[in-house]
Design a protein around this ligand. Sequence first.
Ligand SMILES: Cc1cc2nc3c(=O)[nH]c(=O)nc-3n(C[C@H](O)[C@H](O)[C@H](O)COP(=O)(O)OP(=O)(O)OC[C@H]3O[C@@H](n4cnc5c(N)ncnc54)[C@H](O)[C@@H]3O)c2cc1C
Length: 376
Amino acid sequence: MNRFDVVVVGSGIVGLGAAYAAVRRGLRVAVVDRTDAPVGASIRNFGHLCIGAQTGEARRYADISRGLWLQLSRDADFWVRESGSLIAARHDDELAVLEAASRDGEDLRMLDAAELRQRAPLRAEGLLGVAHIATDLQTNPRTAGAAIVRHLAARGVEFRWRTSVTGVRSGVVETTRGVLSAEQIVLAVNHDIDQLLPKVAEDRGIIRCALDMMRVAVTLPRPLSAPLLTGWSMVRYGRFAVLPETAVLRSRLHAERPDLAALDLNQMYTQLPDGTLIVGDSHANAVQPEPFQPEVAFDAFLTEAQALFEMPTPRVLERWQGVYAKGRTEFLIEQVDDGVLALAATTGIGMTTGLGLAEDSLTTAFGWESATEGTA
Ligand SMILES: Cc1cc2nc3c(=O)[nH]c(=O)nc-3n(C[C@H](O)[C@H](O)[C@H](O)COP(=O)(O)OP(=O)(O)OC[C@H]3O[C@@H](n4cnc5c(N)ncnc54)[C@H](O)[C@@H]3O)c2cc1C
């Protein structure tokens, strides 16, 4: 049977969010993916659900996502912790940004020395302070997607794996295994939107951002209690980027470390439940970024990690490249035909916002009632 109420193309977090929104409304749903499991950006990231550093539309989706992540982690039985995030300041200008940010909301505060010691195994030399953002969550991206797939399948969502979608129009999804029909169709194919809808991608300036990442075995004196960000993160995320203090920080970072600026570094870390550390990341923007991962980026990751953490040289376990869609705005939400909605986070915050983006956009575009569960 190839007839559904809703067909979702893409099994990343945005597509799974769309399927979750639809199945909670009692609809008959299929998810189509060319792979045989989620293997895209949604499993290659830090698992940092960075809610409190967002502003505007992103913050709205992030807040909706927060409730959905917590609900799904209970229902689908996977690891999410209410860890908050930590942000280390190692320079006066970084401290100034954190102090300015702490004045505009109760969710961000500076830790005292005892808390700092307990929550982050950081070298004391050069460390001026650490802030904690209370709203943030952490998940393990390697296991969350698969658990959500199992949960949705148990609720009746049909997964059509190893099936590429070659075209969509109102009511019709053409695939390499035949045609599916659906009242409503959601395209959640991340950067590959330019393959299915080249004109939409071109008009919206959507290209690819490729990131280098690594996972290392570490010996830390204490666990890292939450995702850890640095000054390089402050200049990226909306809540900090808009502050006047951040312009000073950005100029200093770029003047002092042109090598790291050239990598477009976001120096940050998350510790997985097995104790290993995800370390990253660099950014390269192009329609089709090169697949070659410069060793200079990984050298910089290791050098900077050792300068920050109280630890001996880490052992590299894995390196990988992840890709996300990058556009002029933070999101692509476009009704491309009657009942056909294209959705993407077009900057690197899709894990934080994707579930909420799907919930909110489908409700609005398809005129659905609010769901009664999982939207707390
Ligand atoms: C290295 C890295 C680190 C990141 N860190 C974070 C972070 O810590 N926090 C955060 O919030 N965000 C982070 N992000 C961003 C976040 O991971 C992405 O924004 C998000 O995962 C995108 O989800 P998605 O569902 O759109 O895409 P994906 O997970 O890439 O899924 C898209 C799916 O569509 C399928 N597909 C594509 N074309 C077709 C087709 N024609 N037919 C069938 N299937 C198709 C693909 O096979 C794929 O499974 C990071 C991203 C990267 C790459």
